[in-house]
Design a protein around this ligand. Structure first.
Ligand code: ATP
Length: 238
């Protein structure tokens, strides 16, 4: 589904990514682990087309999307949920969701909107309760649910999630992770950047560890969870 081959990105003298190779299959959740400044956000932004690589390729279903502008990759079904929950604060929950559906189908009829909302409101009952509230009045966890629900209603082929757990209470993180799992079961491929390495690897089938712009380790999640170097560097606290 997604194939990143030899991707290198430079910001002036800084080599943010150095020949990174990553594969994500259809419906697969792949975790990207790494410390601050490792290059994880740069990877997501380059896949979407917000950052131009110095060399290497990004293929989506075999199609070369390297350096394609972000609005075009978005139209091909790539959706980025950036770090820091970008809801449209002065729009209501429903209006935020409508924006997500518009992304997919242009003009939105009420019947279809309601039909598409139903399973998402089942999954996130808090969003239903708060459907007429302006998004900025929601708690951090609810905003993250809204960003995720808005991405889900646009039915992306590939969802790029940058630190969805950041600043959230553990119980909310579990809800968010369950939703991510549900989405993958519906066929969406997910690249999940996470500081919570243990949780991310428990959710993902495979993981890549990025260190100073290079893939330092990769493999099945259960192998990585048992790997001594992983435990020492990223999993020690658990
Ligand atoms: P974090 O978890 O802190 O967000 P990260 O793994 O996502 O870190 P990136 O944000 O991709 O890392 O940054 C990778 C490297 O590139 C860092 O050294 C960072 O300082 C540098 N960098 C990122 N964006 C820019 C930019 N716009 N201009 C210059 N350097 C940048």
């Amino acid at each position: 589904m997604l194939s990143v081959n030899g991707l290198s990105v430079r910001y002036g003298p800084v080599e943010a990514l150095k020949g990174v190779d990553i594969e994500v299959e259809k419906g697969e959740i792949v975790a990207i682990i790494g410390s601050n400044g490792a290059g994880k956000t740069t990877l997501m932004q380059t896949i979407l087309g917000l950052v131009k690589p110095h060399s290497g390729k990004v293929l989506l279903e075999g199609k070369d999307i390297t350096a394609m502008p972000a609005n075009r990759t978005a139209n091909l079904g790539v959706s980025l949920v950036p770090e820091g929950r970008e809801v449209f604060g002065t729009l209501s929950v429903l209006e935020n969701m409508r924006m997500g559906l518009k992304r997919r189908i242009g003009s939105v009829r009420k019947e279809q909107f309601n039909k598409e909302l139903e399973p998402l409101f089942d999954r996130f009952p808090k969003l239903y309760e708060r459907r007429t509230q302006l998004a900025y009045t929601l708690s951090g966890g609810e905003q993250q649910m809204l960003v995720l629900a808005r991405a889900m209603i646009s039915r992306p082929k590939l969802l790029l999630l940058d630190e969805p757990s950041l600043g959230l209470a553990p119980i909310i993180v579990n809800e968010i992770f369950e939703a991510i799992y549900g989405l993958s079961k519906e066929g969406t491929s997910i690249l999940l950047v996470e500081q919570m390495a243990h949780k991310a690897l428990n959710l993902a089938s495979r993981g890549y560890v990025i260190d100073k712009g290079s893939v330092a380790m990769h493999g099945d999640s259960d192998e990585l969870l048992r790997d001594e170097r992983m435990v020492e560097a990223y999993l020690g606290a658990h």
